[in-house]
Design a protein around this ligand. Structure first.
Ligand code: SAM
Ligand code: DTB
Ligand code: SF4
Length: 343
C-alpha cells in the first residue's frame, strides 16, 4: 500500500475449519451456500492459495493474463446513487458531467489501447440505463472498435432485450454489469435500483448470446459474509460469468463511502482465491484499486488465480498504474499477455 492505513482486521478473523471436509474444486458448481464459501475464506492462507493455484493451473496457463483497456465514453451526471461512485449526480465529487463522445475520438483511443497491448476495449457510460436514442451511436462504436481487431465490451447500466440483441448484432463480445455486493448488503450501498434489476439485465445479455462480465466491489464494509454472498450470487448465476471483475473500493472524495475502513490486503487476496475456486473457468479480473496496491500484493493476486486486468493510465475517472509500470511488473514475473483456456 502506498499510504499508511489502518486495516480492518477484526472482520477478517480466521478460524481454521475442518480442512479435510473441503474438497479442491475442479468442476463447475452453481449451488454454493454462503456458509460453505465462508469456510473457504476461513482456510489457513497457505491452504487457500494452494487450492486456488491448483484449480487455476488445471484451467489456465498461469503465466498469461488478458488485458482490457477502459474508456469512459459518457462521464458523470449519473441518476443512480451508488455509494462508491464519483460519477453519481447525487454525490458532490470533482467529476464533471460530459456528453457522449464522438465515434472518431473513441476509435483513436481504441487504436492506442490496441497498440499498448490490450486485446479488449471496454467502453463505459455513466447511465442508469441505455436509452434507445443512444443505441445506434453505441452500436457504431462497437462495430468500429471490432473492425480495429479488438474484442469489444460495453458497460452502460441496465439493458433491455432488444438493446442487447442490437449490440450483439453490432459485434459486441462482452457486457459488463456487476452484482457489486451481496443481496443483503446491497441496499446499504445503492437505493435507486435493485439487485433483481441487475439480474434481469444479466439475463437479457446472456439470452442475446453476449459474454457476461460481472463481479463486484470489496472494501465497502461488507464483512466476510458480504464478500462470500457476493461470490455466491455470481457463481450461482444460471451460467457463470466469463469474466469476473473484483474491484477494491477506490475511495473518492465526496462519495458516501469515502472514509471506509481499508480492507486488509490479505483479505483481498483471499477474495480473489475464493473467486478462482468457485468459478474455475472464468477470467478473474483485477479491476479498480490496483493503483493503491503494491507490486507484491498484485503478484499474490496472480498466484491466487487472477488472470486478467484493466490496463491504461485511467480506469473510468480514477487513476490506474501506468502501462510502463504494468509491463515492468509482467517482465519481472515472466507474465505474457494472451490467455487461452485449456480445452
Ligand atoms: N453505469 C454503469 C453501471 O453502473 O453498470 C457502468 C459503469 S460503472 C462505473 C461500472 C462499475 O464500476 C460499477 O458497477 C462498480 O462495480 C465499479 N466502480 C465504480 N466506482 C468504483 C469505485 N469507486 N471503486 C471501485 N469500483 C467502482
Ligand atoms: C468494473 O468492474 N470495474 C471497472 C469496469 N468494470 C467498468 C470500472 C472501475 C471504475 C472505478 C472508478 C472510476 O474510475 O470511476
Ligand atoms: Fe451511475 Fe454506474 Fe456510477 Fe452507479 S456505478 S452511479 S450506475 S455510473
Amino acid at each position: 500500500m502506498s499510504k499508511a492505513v489502518k486495516i480492518n482486521t477484526e472482520e477478517n478473523q480466521t478460524t481454521p475449519p475442518e480442512v479435510s471436509k473441503i474438497e479442491v474444486q475442479t468442476t463447475i458448481r452453481q449451488d454454493w451456500t454462503v456458509a460453505e464459501v465462508a469456510a473457504l475464506f476461513d482456510l489457513p492462507f497457505a491452504d487457500l492459495m494452494y487450492r486456488a493455484q491448483t484449480v487455476h493451473r488445471e484451467n489456465f496457463d498461469p503465466n498469461t493474463v488478458q488485458i482490457s483497456t477502459l474508456l469512459s465514453i459518457k462521464t458523470g451526471g449519473c441518476a443512480e446513487d451508488c455509494g462508491y461512485c464519483p460519477q453519481s449526480a447525487h454525490h458532490p465529487s470533482a467529476v464533471k458531467a460530459e456528453p457522449l463522445m464522438k465515434l472518431d475520438a473513441v476509435l483513436v483511443e481504441a487504436q492506442q489501447a490496441k497498440d499498448g497491448g490490450a486485446s479488449r476495449f471496454c467502453m463505459g457510460a455513466a447511465w442508469r440505463n441505455l436509452k434507445d436514442r443512444d443505441l445506434e451511436k453505441v452500436a457504431d462504436m462497437v462495430t468500429g472498435v471490432k473492425d480495429l481487431g479488438l474484442e469489444t465490451c460495453v458497460t452502460l447500466g441496465m439493458l433491455e432485450s432488444h438493446q442487447a440483441e442490437r449490440l450483439k448484432e453490432a459485434g459486441l463480445d462482452y457486457y459488463n454489469h456487476n452484482l457489486d455486493t451481496s443481496p443483503e448488503f446491497y441496499s446499504d450501498v445503492i437505493s435507486t435500483r435493485t439487485y433483481e434489476d441487475r439480474l434481469d439485465t444479466l439475463s437479457h445479455v446472456r439470452d442475446a448470446g453476449i459474454n457476461v462480465c460481472s463481479g463486484g466491489i470489496v472494501g465497502m464494509g461488507e464483512g466476510r459474509t458480504g464478500r462470500a454472498g457476493m461470490l455466491v450470487g455470481l457463481a450461482n448465476l444460471p451460467t457463470q460469468p466469463e469474466s469476473v471483475p473484483i474491484n477494491l473500493l477506490v475511495q473518492v472524495e465526496g462519495t458516501p463511502l469515502m472514509g471506509s475502513r481499508p480492507l486488509d490486503p490479505f483479505e483481498f487476496v483471499r477474495t480473489v482465491a475464493v473467486a478462482r475456486l468457485m468459478m474455475p473457468k472464468s477470467y478473474v479480473r483485477l479491476s479498480a484499486g490496483r493503483e493503491e496496491m503494491s507490486d507484491e500484493l498484485q503478484s499474490m493476486c496472480f498466484l491466487a488465480g487472477a488472470n486478467s486486468l484493466f490496463a491504461g493510465d485511467k480506469l473510468l475517472t480514477t487513476d490506474n498504474p501506468s502501462t510502463d509500470h504494468d509491463q515492468y511488473l509482467f517482465s519481472r514475473l515472466g507474465i505474457s499477455h494472451t490467455v487461452k483456456v485449456k480445452n
